[in-house]
Write a protein that binds this ligand. Sequence first.
Ligand code: 3HC
Length: 313
Amino acid sequence: MHDDVANESRFQERIDSGEKIEPRDWMPERFRHQLIRMISQHAHSEIVGMLPEGNWITRAPSLRRKMALLAKVQDEAGHGLYLYSAAETLGVSREDLIDQLLDGSAKYSSIFNYPTLTWADVGVIGWLVDGAAIVNQTMLAKSSYGPYARANLRICKEENFHKKQGFEIVATLAAGTTEQRSMVQDAVDRWWWPSLMMFGPHDNDSPNTAELMRWGVKRRSNDDLRQHFVNITIPQAKAVGITIPDPELRYNEESGDWEFGAIDWDEFYRVIKGNGPCNAERMKARRSAHDDGRWVREAAAAYASRDTVAAEE
Ligand code: 3HC
């Protein structure tokens, strides 16, 4: 018991001095549990996040738009793989993590449970969803757990392209015909509030934030990141003549913050409990992709064991 107390205080000293915790270092079981939860859900989010946009690859309005969207969706798959690899350094298997996604016991980001109804949604996702993800992941690139910080560093390099290609679509439509302008405004009206929900509940309602910040896993709180996202996004919306669907939005000269209205937390908890507009569709797609890919996994495992069998003969 005494050793654990000593180990915990040594661990906290390392965190407080800004050291990175690496897989082979001593860590509290709770720290390991929290990281597995957070990193695996992040990885699940990347994989499920491919679905809403993948829906538009065959319907992109030009070859250039199709190529950019293809590259982005492929990037998201890569982000998922980096993050599953980071989670595996904590002693969990990728198969178990994916089973938890498929049986519904693990979460993925609420934002991917909304439909992509028009091409403008693809632009708005790049601008708002990836924009919010960049704010979050830039912070996580400084996380105290080495493999997670390094995974987020790589992810952020690609996210900036995702946001830029999205904002270019939004700016093009906003400067287009009346139909195009109303299409992109409609998409912003539908995606704005769910994008704010990506940052999680208010700090006072977050059971995990205080502990994650004490351990340096999160360097900024949910509300702090959300406010930063709003502050940088409003001027972008104004630059292209887009209205943010929040009548209570107002600039506070003193604080420099764009103050915004109340988030519908009933909707948030409804969605994360599995009752959002597209939860069932997303899980069905993931489960059938997993079933369809069984033969590939079996063939790869057989091939890998072929080498061991040959070595034992
Ligand atoms: N969607 C789904 N669940 C959410 C959520 C959201 N937007 N926000 C919070 N939750 C869940 C948490 O997982 C937690 O449930 P759990 O304890 O059962 O896991 C509960 O709500 C309470 O929330 P907390 O704020 O206490 O939880 P965290 O401290 O974990 O903070 C988080 C939530 C901010 C999402 C944090 O987990 C995080 O930063 N995760 C890593 C980043 C991430 O997952 N981003 C998702 C988007 S990825 C993406 O956008 C890809 C891009 O390329 C498009």
